[in-house]
Design a protein around this ligand. Sequence first.
Ligand SMILES: [Zn+2]
Length: 78
Amino acid sequence: MRPVFFIIIAVVIVYAVVMIIVTLRKGANSHFVCPKCGHDFQVKGAGYLLSPKTLSSHDVTCPKCGYRGFMEVQKGTK
Ligand SMILES: [Zn+2]
């Protein structure tokens, strides 16, 4: 393999790690409000990272009533 391949692979790995860190930090600084019961909760770590998402909402499950659906990401902790 030519050295350029290693550079591309290194850049992709660094980019992936940075995106994971940014997403985890965002998860630690955001919360969700359940549209069904109004419960205010946080989803952190892998649950936040791996949940299906759009630009402003995540497909998460309310820990209180079990409602699952796309909920808007609210800034800040509760
Ligand atoms: Zn709920």
